[in-house]
Design a protein around this ligand. Structure first.
Ligand code: NAD
Length: 263
């Protein structure tokens, strides 16, 4: 059964690249009007916006909200409601990473990761829930990570933020359980995004390895299938969570990680 989002509006944060872009296009393919968000070159973002409109015959607007700023996040939700009359689906996806031993971890990087990867979801959910409650339907999906379940060294801020978003997901799910609003998080392992792809040539050079060695022994060391998750697989899971068949899935943390967290 396909998911029909015709007449609904989805806000997808961090949708100018990678996973968020695939989710935005996947939801537009199901008929939703879309609020895209994220950083990038203005002309590229406008191209993405118009492509969504022409490929899927829906409407799309761009919110430049910075996910580290609470007031701008509330404006993003208001933009969706003003442009399309409602925000029915909220995907908190924007995220950044920084890797460092804890004693040298730059304080401003800690603050930025907690703000963008965790607090932004709080601000967006807080702003979107009144409208969802009024209409008696909603879907909140948070892009967490395998790092919401397990840790890796040198990623203290990222792992803390992702564990935090898993807790926020459960709390919000319980609060909204009788309102026909579900809240879940998706926890990918390594996803094949431009970000990951760009690291390969440099790592080949730095470690004197072949492309296959970099992929299997460095990047996919933690992933038993030795295959990347694709952005379209994540988008398909997000879309399923919007379907009627997923109405009883709430407060869940759904892994899509090639077996990483089974070990
Ligand atoms: P990406 O770098 O391709 O995309 C990140 C998006 O967030 C971009 O659109 C960027 O502009 C936006 N963004 C960053 N800072 C922002 C800010 N302050 N305000 C607004 N937008 C901002 O990364 P991705 O791989 O697609 O990651 C998306 C999400 O998936 C993140 O939450 C990430 O932690 C999570 N994730 C990614 C992987 C992976 O392997 N790629 C694995 C697990 C979880």
């Amino acid at each position: 059964m396909t998911t029909n989002l015709a007449g609904k509006t989805a806000v997808v944060t961090g949708s100018t690249s990678g996973i968020g872009l695939a989710i935005a296009r996947g939801f537009a393919g199901a008929g939703a009007n879309i609020v895209i968000n994220g950083f990038g070159n203005a002309a590229d973002i406008e191209k993405e916006r118009t492509a969504i409109e022409s490929d899927f015959k829906v409407k799309a607007v761009y919110s430049p909200a910075d996910m580290s700023k609470g007031a701008e996040i509330a404006e993003m939700i208001a933009l969706g409601e003003k442009s399309f009359g409602s925000v029915d689906v909220l995907v908190n996806n924007a995220g950044i990473q920084f890797v460092s031993p804890i004693e040298e971890f730059p304080i401003e990087k800690w603050e930025a990761i907690i703000a963008i990867n965790l607090s932004s979801a709080f601000y967006a959910i807080r702003a979107a829930v009144p409208g969802m409650k009024k209409r008696g339907w909603g879907r909140i999906i948070n892009t967490a990570s395998a790092h919401s379940l397990v840790a890796s060294p040198f990623k203290s801020a990222y792992v803390s933020a992702k564990h935090g978003i898993a807790g926020l997901t459960k709390t919000v799910a319980l609060e909204l359980a009788t309102h026909k609003i579900t809240c879940n998080c998706i926890s990918p392992g390594y996803v094949w995004t431009p970000l990951v792809e760009k690291q390969i040539p440099d790592t080949m050079k730095a470690r004197n390895l072949t492309r296959e060695q970099v992929i299997n022994d460095v990047l996919l060391d933690a992933q038993p299938t030795k295959e990347f998750v694709t952005v379209d697989q994540v988008a398909a899971l997000a879309l399923f969570l919007c379907s009627d068949n997923a109405a009883q899935i709430t407060g869940s943390n759904i892994s899509i990680d090639g077996g990483w967290t089974a070990e």
